[in-house]
Design a protein around this ligand. Structure first.
Ligand SMILES: [Zn+2]
Length: 264
């Protein structure tokens, strides 16, 4: 099953966002704590109840300002708190996957950064267990090579800590400078995972900015996802997340129907 939905509430607030997602016939929505966790637990409860009533799956994107590899204690502790605050709201909302960008290399080597993030993740996973929060930490594949979060690093982290992953296919596309074989990527992944997608502009350093998702840009991925029979939630992160999620959902439905007709 491929479930499709937008990132954020389209400026409507999360309750109205969920209503809109349901009205458009989409399947899921990612609550975005972009600049800080400002949702109280009461609101989290109402958003979760509405989503449940409408049959919409929720996920949560933790704030951008997170660096689990920071050697400044204050920044490191603030990063952990932002993730845990996101997790608590996700649990109350009934959202399973909590997405975040884990950190930056800065002055540390690639190996030291990996170890720092792995240790931080282990401590976060402990706190989540202690609190009995039913959520999954899903660090995201990032779009720039200066940022921690290649496919290799995240798969290793998943194996060694038991965390989940967020596969942002457009970030992967930007990291690989536009050369990508989606089926090959999917063969390295589990069948069930959380994903992001959008149109993207990149330079030789990787991601520059998210743009609208065009049909020809999404189609190769859509075909590969259907071929591979994955069980995923895919979040549209384009500059028009709702409209482009509808386009993605329609394309997947159409390709699946074509396959049925052809008896594949
Ligand atoms: Zn993303």
């Amino acid at each position: 099953m491929i479930k499709v939905g937008p990132a954020g509430s389209d400026g409507l607030g999360n309750l109205k966002g969920v209503e809109k997602v349901a009205r458009l016939g989409l399947d899921c929505m990612e609550v975005a704590f972009t600049y800080g966790v400002r949702m109280d637990l009461e609101t989290a409860r109402s958003v979760g109840a509405l989503a449940k009533e409408k049959g919409i799956l929720l996920s949560v994107h933790a704030p951008y300002y997170i660096n689990l590899a920071s050697d400044e204690k204050e920044k490191f502790e603030a990063s952990k708190k932002r993730i845990l605050d996101s997790c608590e709201r996700a649990h109350v909302m009934g959202a399973r996957n909590v997405v975040f960008h884990a950190g930056f290399y800065q002055k540390r080597t690639v190996g030291e950064t990996y170890q720092a993030i792995k240790d931080a993740l282990a401590s976060l996973l402990n706190s989540i267990k202690r609190n009995n929060w039913e959520i999954k930490l899903c660090p995201e594949i990032t779009g720039k090579s200066s940022q921690f979060g290649s496919l290799h690093e995240l798969l290793k982290l998943k194996k060694e800590t038991g965390c989940g992953i967020t596969v942002d296919f457009s970030h992967l596309y930007a990291r690989q400078l536009g050369k990508i074989d989606y089926l090959r990527v999917l063969k390295r992944l589990p069948k069930k995972f959380h994903a992001h997608f959008s149109g993207i502009e990149f330079s030789d350093k990787g991601e520059q900015r998210h743009i609208r998702t065009t049909k020809p840009f999404f189609e190769p991925l859509a075909r590969a996802l259907i071929d591979r029979k994955v069980d995923i939630t895919i979040i549209s992160e384009s500059t028009k997340p709702y409209e482009d999620a509808v386009m993605m959902k329609n394309m997947i439905t159409k390709l699946e129907l074509d396959n049925l007709r052809l008896g594949r």
